[in-house]
Design a protein around this ligand. Sequence first.
Ligand SMILES: *Cc1c(COP(=O)(O)O)cnc(C)c1O
Length: 427
Amino acid sequence: MPDPRRAIPRTDALLAEPGIAKAAAELGRDLVKSVVQDVQRAARAGELAPADVAATVLARLPGSASSLRPVLNATGVVVHTNLGRAPLSAAALDALVAAGGATDVEFDLATGDRARRGRSALSALAAAVPDAGAVHVVNNNAAALLLCALAMAPGREIVVSRGELVEIGDGFRIPDLLASTGSRLREVGTTNRTTAADYAAALGPDTGFVLKVHPSNYRVTGFTAEASLEELAQLGVPVVADIGSGLLAPHPLLPGEPDAATALRAGAAVVTASGDKLLGGPQAGLIFGEKDVVERLRRHPAARALRVDKLTLAALEATLRGPLPPVRAALEASVEDLRRRAETLAESLREFGAEAVASTAAVGGGGAPGVELPSAAVSLPARFAVALRTGEPPVVGRVVRDRCLLDLRTVRPDEDAKLREAVRRCG
Ligand SMILES: *Cc1c(COP(=O)(O)O)cnc(C)c1O
């Protein structure tokens, strides 16, 4: 009997098959070759017939050269850190693609001269916050704080309340980040109460700046006191306000959430924020402030190590100038609309035990702790949770009291059909 394994097509022959060759050109030869070899191994182990090898390779080829998978966020957490924070708007995605090639990010096409890097994104940011004398963009909010420490308090003290020594997540802490620059942290007040007098008593010739950090992922309630930015701005030293979430102006649905315009008007010398939280844009550190201070940050040697790429600049500008990004649409969606969508979906999924239920969504690690957003969800038997999460596309919901809830506040209306099909495949 001839060994059936000898009928398994050879690697070169498979890579020469038109469909596979096309994929190798698009995805990269090494990636496609590794799929070919996996399938050959499976055939040698007798898991599939030699005649099916080519078709199996084609079926197993990934859609893109990156293994990051697009996920449907049905958690009801609007800014979900583990799902990549803000999903970009269609306008921002288009801008990313357009900027991916050679682009005039640092070049003036009219004169043929070098131009200021990212000037159009910076002017969009400046236009969005007219109270800022100048703006700058770095890699993320942590980088913005690092740059403030390096440029404004080298070897000197940063005065901060004990109630605002924040752990951002994944074990990273703002006090450690600042201390890593060689600046010294001067802690004032207590966990629950810090007054303007506490700050005033700590100021001296060694003070670099006063730092006010927004508690964006926790709340201190009860017997509390904190100094306002207005009070701190009168102490005669620069105040850096880390507002966290990246709201540029007050938002009516999030009355407790600080914003850049208000912080600047209150007298902050510098305001720092994230680009990929409530602003709904790409990961970035946004810096707003007095012109000379921002200029000092921009010209500091470390600024080069913290700078953003052309893709970030493109996506940021499109987020600022374009239509409402998904984060804001999710935040502002009316609960009636969400309820209608939940009912329509549940109706078409009745056979799987689906029901439309009221739910409570949250802003997430990106800001507004404690704010509950009324929402609506499709409720399914709990067994759907794992099947949906491991399906294609993966759908991440949340399990509450033996039910798998798919919260529609974080699902775009144009994703409802995809969600319905995903549930059907798991049924
Ligand atoms: C999220 C957050 C940070 C960290 O921002 P990144 O953009 O993730 O670096 C810092 N400070 C506050 C108050 C935050 O909410």
